[in-house]
Design a protein around this ligand. Structure first.
Ligand SMILES: O=P(O)(O)O[C@@H]1C[C@H](O)[C@@H](CO)O1
Ligand code: GUN
Length: 320
């Protein structure tokens, strides 16, 4: 909550003297990201989930748009609706059910978010990625983040899976970070490094699994970039992203990964390519991305995505 004392510029006409003891005369100054969810609040949410499920998850999964079925394969599941979790935001986007599912998958206790929070929904980045800290305090060691994304790399086709090995943080370029504001060292350091954010061992295992599944031709390793949305990109923006080495573009994941690395979680992330991004001007209507298409492609490819996640978790369990 914004403290009443933080408001320094009285509202009103230029030069007009307003009574500062009247709260309505004071502007609203947003609370810094780092103060939105103090450690104690995150701990309370984590306790609610651990006690409510009687399970301590090791792997956290964030389901991308239309990929909620990743949570449907969890067994002996305890399901929490976001509305019923104290201090939890609600999902407002189609394809994001708004449920937290805790249970067993391939011998591991996992917790999966069927619905993530996006910056364009009006949530500050710290709120979008707050559940990652909840996962950490629940005991999660591995974050699996998935997303639907537009393919900019001309070699990518709709339905392909891109394993993320790096990102370009466009919101960060604009000075926005989920770690902005006071740092709580109980989560992690003030200045976390982000090279090696995406766990190489897990990427290699996933590539091997891709071969076993016979989908290696539809699997890539690439760079993701998150923009604020909710608009899809212009051709000029897509050209610029391509020049920067971006292979796929979306509206999520990067701030979750930053938050996970800050608290030293191992990260595995992939993009399902739901549409091909045009990087040349044309009059074709086909070039326009739309959410229905994103959802339809995700539905078509959910089986392969579930299989990849399940097999990778099986391998993590086997080697632990
Ligand atoms: O939650 P993700 O990143 O998978 O969702 C993408 C980005 C937008 O929310 C939506 C656009 O179609 O899909
Ligand atoms: N920003 C962005 N997000 C997406 N999510 C799915 N497709 C796209 C896309 O083309 N651009």
């Amino acid at each position: 909550m914004c403290s009443i004392d933080c408001c320094s510029n009285p509202r009103g006409k230029a030069g007009e003297k307003l009574d500062p003891s009247n709260a309505s005369n004071r502007p609203i100054i947003p609370t810094p990201n780092g103060e939105l969810y103090p450690y104690e609040v995150i701990q309370e949410i984590a306790d609610f989930i651990v006690k409510g499920s009687n399970m301590r998850p090791k792997i956290g999964i964030i389901c991308g748009s239309g990929l909620g079925s990743l949570a449907d394969i969890i067994q002996d599941a305890k399901v929490f609706e976001y509305e019923k979790i104290p201090n939890f935001p609600v999902s407002t986007v189609e394809g994001h059910a708004g449920k937290l599912v805790v249970g067993n998958l391939e011998g591991a206790v996992v917790m999966a978010m069927q619905g993530r929070f996006h910056f364009y929904e009006g949530y500050p980045l710290a709120k979008c990625s707050m559940p990652v800290r909840v996962m950490k305090l629940c005991g999660v060691e591995y974050l699996f983040a998935t997303n639907a994304a537009g393919g900019i790399n001309p070699k990518y086709s709709v339905g392909d899976i891109m394993l993320m090995h790096d990102h370009v943080n466009m919101l960060g370029f604009a000075g926005n970070s989920p770690l902005q504001g006071p740092n709580d060292p109980r989560f992690g350091p003030r200045f976390p490094a982000l090279v090696n954010s995406y766990n190489k061992e897990l990427i290699n295992k996933a590539l091997e699994i891709g071969k076993q599944m016979g989908i290696e031709a539809n699997m890539h390793v690439g760079v993701y970039s998150c923009l604020g949305g909710p608009t899809y990109e212009t051709i000029a923006e897509l050209k610029a992203l391509r020049m920067m080495g971006v292979d796929a573009v979306g509206m999520s994941t990067v701030h979750e990964v930053i938050t996970a690395r800050h608290c030293d979680m191992k990260v595995f992330a992939f993009s399902l390519i739901t549409n091909k991004c045009a990087t040349e001007y044309s009059d074709k209507k086909d070039d326009e991305a739309n959410h229905d298409e994103v959802m339809a492609v995700a539905k078509n490819r959910q089986k392969a995505c579930c299989e990849l996640v399940a097999r990778l978790i099986r391998q993590i369990q086997a080697s632990s």
